[in-house]
Design a protein around this ligand. Structure first.
Ligand code: 13P
Ligand code: SF4
Length: 363
């Protein structure tokens, strides 16, 4: 049988999709597990078997016995699930356009050019450990695997950076400058010892002296969602409510992280606010779907949860996984057709797995 085309689903009303999702899941039973990132929209999140941040979802993908992993998240997360799951399992991403704009800010050609340019001024393999944020394509994880490097997530970046410094004296950190800078700062590295590498300029826009003196080179990449949060929003909130608590994701800029009471992954944000005393008041710097869901969940305990920005900051690519795509994916799967499989070729998967497994051992 051939796969049902998405065309027949694109105009379906949401309510009908929800019914069909439930029916297809009932037919699939334990054959499919739905892993869902915290940023997924409410009409998808309600179907999750398991939820988490990037690290937790990577571990869950490595542990599940389900033959099919339906990944409600973005492309790099589904790639990680494919790399860490067993060869006979399949990983499906309901919409292949669900990417991550930050992950796209680094690519293999640019990272290899950076490595080559660094090798012209020093023994790069002896001086630098490459560290890629999990928000990156599989070939960059493979690059790290081949060059003695490692992957990190927002929840383990500190431990990973310590590991990386134990290997070699300097880090090349990509693609998120903000997570890299905050992580370095938490390890006591002065801001002047962290230099930004602009991949569009020769030698990253740096002098050989600046590179020699740096402890960390930070790739010039960022998250478009988290760059909307500003310290002035925290100041205005604290001026209105002096007892307020502020929690931010480390993809926020340095000033926001420095002004926050807590900085951590999406899982840490959810756990911290759920565990907080009743009647506490929170300002949260991360994606809107998570913040709105959390606000509703903790409202009965008298906790107030407010979004940091006045603007709507949603991850538009996470948002692409909608009821129409999920219904299409699950009905095909129930009919024996795996649509949108994510398959990382083994020549990339093997070194990428080495870098990911290093991460899982260290964190
Ligand atoms: P977490 O690992 O904290 O869920 O972060 C992933 C992400 O993309 C945040 O923007
Ligand atoms: Fe990527 Fe930012 Fe979306 Fe996270 S919120 S998946 S970093 S674009």
């Amino acid at each position: 049988m051939s796969a049902l085309s998405f065309d027949a689903y694109s105009g379906l009303p949401d309510a009908e999709c929800q019914e069909r999702i439930r029916a297809a899941r009932a037919r699939l039973g334990k054959a499919a597990v739905l892993l869902c990132h915290h940023y997924q929209r409410a009409d998808i999140y309600q179907h999750a078997d398991l939820t988490g941040d990037s690290l937790k979802l990577a571990r869950l993908a490595a542990q599940t016995d389900a033959p099919h992993i339906v990944f409600c998240g973005v492309h790099f997360m589904a790639e990680v699930a494919d790399i860490l799951s067993r060869p006979q399992q399949t990983t499906l991403l309901p919409d292949l356009a669900a990417g991550c704009s930050m992950a796209d800010m680094a690519n293999l050609a640019k990272v290899e050019r950076c490595w080559r340019e660094l090798s012209e001024i020093m023994a790069v393999e002896a001086e630098f450990t490459p560290v890629t944020y999990i928000n990156s394509a599989a070939d960059l994880k493979a690059f790290c695997g081949r060059h003695g490097g490692i992957v990190c997530t927002s929840s383990n970046a500190g431990a990973i950076a310590e590991w990386a410094f134990a290997q070699r004296p300097k880090l090349l950190f990509f693609p998120d400058q903000h997570l890299g800078r905050w992580t370095g700062h938490k390890l006591g590295i002065p801001l002047e010892a962290m230099q930004m590498w602009d991949p569009d300029l020769p030698l990253g826009g740096l002098t050989p002296e600046a590179i020699t003196q740096a402890k960390i080179l930070l790739w010039k990449g960022h998250c478009a969602v988290h760059q909307m949060f500003q310290k002035s929003q925290i100041d205005a909130f604290r001026a209105r409510a002096s007892d307020a608590l502020v929690i931010a994701h480390p993809e926020c800029n340095f000033a926001v992280c420095a002004a926050a009471d807590y900085v951590g992954s999406t899982e840490l944000i959810v756990k911290t606010i759920k565990a907080a005393p009743a009647n506490t008041r929170w300002l949260v710097g991360t994606e809107l779907n998570l913040v709105e869901r959390l606000a509703k969940e903790v409202a009965p305990e008298g906790k107030t949860v407010q979004f940091m920005s006045n603007l709507i900051c949603m991850c538009s690519t996470m948002q692409r996984i909608d009821p129409q795509h999920l219904a299409w994916t699950l009905e095909n799967l129930a009919a024996g057709e795996a649509v949108n499989p994510i398959v990382v070729p083994e020549h990339e998967a093997e070194p990428a797995r080495a870098a990911l497994e290093r991460m899982l051992r260290v964190s």
